[in-house]
Design a binder for this molecule. Structure first.
Ligand SMILES: NC(=O)c1ccc[n+]([C@@H]2O[C@H](COP(=O)([O-])OP(=O)(O)OC[C@H]3O[C@@H](n4cnc5c(N)ncnc54)[C@H](OP(=O)(O)O)[C@@H]3O)[C@@H](O)[C@H]2O)c1
Length: 356
């Protein structure tokens, strides 16, 4: 009987997401028998190895903990999973891992939004893969839906809730009538918000995710900071009362539509009034939703837990498993254009607010 070869994996970062990935990869009852976590890199590797989460990782042979990225580069790992975050030095690690012949899986939306095309092209040249399902929508497999499931269609529009933190804050304000700062405190206590949730409320996180989806769906290269946004930090308890009078509620939506004939992209992130009984109005807590409109398929909806270590680990392990299934697969990088016009979104925000 032949035994499937082991795929060796290194994990960069042992925080919320990284520790969840490690737990799942080492859970041999979970069907990951062909995948072996062999290395964990973290700036406080020694401390984390001795932490309860580190000690709980039962692994034979034991995982090698290191604070040196060079140890990962010279190791025999096949796949490097980046779960540190930030653009620098993550982009350098990703480039060097690919150049050393390893595939890279990341949960890092800023990295993918800013450097994804270059890293994807480098991976293809190296005969390796660059995958990033976890960078958008947590456990919701939207990257695959857009990049693979709907490639037979021409996607014209994306309307989505892409930031679990802001959704948790706004849905808490709706449910309890509390102020935004009380809702932020509640979201922090439940582990849905970081100490400083400005990047979430202001729309920076959703803009990076929308830039990634716009590249995959429309073939355009738009920088996150080109996408207009309105902050949800200014939403007040009274705004929900007004919205309720219109049978609505308030959600932070990310919207993108591409007119291929005119090469015009409309894209924005903003808190808007949505119908309470719509897919968007019913999304509460850290949930994400996306409705993708295709020329031939009509509306395709996808819904799921958008944040949290365990949910995000599902997406990462899905990418690792895809690479493990076919290590030799070369996924050509999409050809993206920067030759498009960005449409002024103001009137569309209001049109959409009335429509959904
Ligand atoms: N949390 C979520 O729900 C979620 C969902 C989807 C995607 N993501 C993405 O997943 C990534 C990781 O997020 P996270 O929430 O797991 O973050 P996190 O809890 O802060 O974990 C990051 C880990 O990386 C370590 N680290 C930071 N800088 C480092 C450096 N220069 N060298 C080596 N190690 C370093 C941190 O060490 P310290 O402990 O010393 O800080 C920490 O262990 C981010 O790209 C994030 O956007 C997160």
């Amino acid at each position: 009987m032949s035994v499937a070869p082991l795929i060796n994996v290194a994990l960069l970062g042992f925080g919320t997401v990284g520790s969840a990935v490690a737990r799942r990869l080492l859970d041999r009852s979970g069907g990951n028998k062909a995948i072996a976590l062999t290395h964990i890199f973290d700036r406080r590797a020694a401390e984390k190895a001795e932490s309860p989460a580190g000690l709980a990782l039962a692994s034979r042979p034991p995982v090698a903990w290191t604070s040196s990225f060079e140890d990962i580069l010279v190791s025999d790992v096949d796949i490097v999973v980046e779960a540190v975050g930030g653009v620098d030095p993550a982009v350098d690690w990703a480039r060097r891992a690919l150049a050393a012949g390893k595939s890279v899986v990341t949960a890092n939306k800023q990295l993918v939004a800013l450097h994804g095309p270059e890293l994807w092209a480098l991976a293809a040249r190296q005969g390796r893969q660059f995958r990033f399902e976890a960078a958008v929508g947590g456990a919701m497999p939207i990257v695959r839906a857009v990049a693979e499931g709907l490639t037979g269609d021409s996607i014209t529009q994306i309307v989505a809730i892409l930031n679990g933190t802001t959704n948790a804050v706004l849905s808490q304000m709706e449910a309890t009538g509390c102020s935004l700062s009380d809702a932020v405190t509640d979201a922090r206590a439940r582990g849905y918000a970081e100490e400083d949730p400005r990047a979430d409320l202001d729309g920076d996180d959703a803009r990076a995710k929308l830039a990634i989806l716009s590249a995959l769906a429309f073939g355009v290269r738009v920088a996150p900071d080109q996408i207009p946004s309105r902050s949800a930090a200014r939403v007040e308890a009274g705004d929900f009362t007004t919205a309720r009078g219109r049978r609505g509620t308030i959600r932070q939506l990310a919207y993108a539509a591409y007119d291929r004939e005119r090469s015009t992209l409309s894209a924005w992130v903003a808190p808007v009034v949505v119908a309470r009984d719509s897919l968007f109005g019913r999304a509460v807590g850290p949930q994400n939703v996306a409705v993708l409109t295709g020329k031939h398929s009509g509306d395709v909806g996808i819904f799921g837990t958008g944040a949290g270590g365990d949910a995000t680990a599902v997406a990462i392990i899905g990418d690792v498993a895809s690479i493990a299934r076919d290590r030799a697969a070369i996924v050509p990088a999409p050809r993206l254009t920067s030759d498009f016009r960005l449409h002024n979104p103001d009137h569309e925000i209001f049109e959409l607010a009335e429509a959904v």
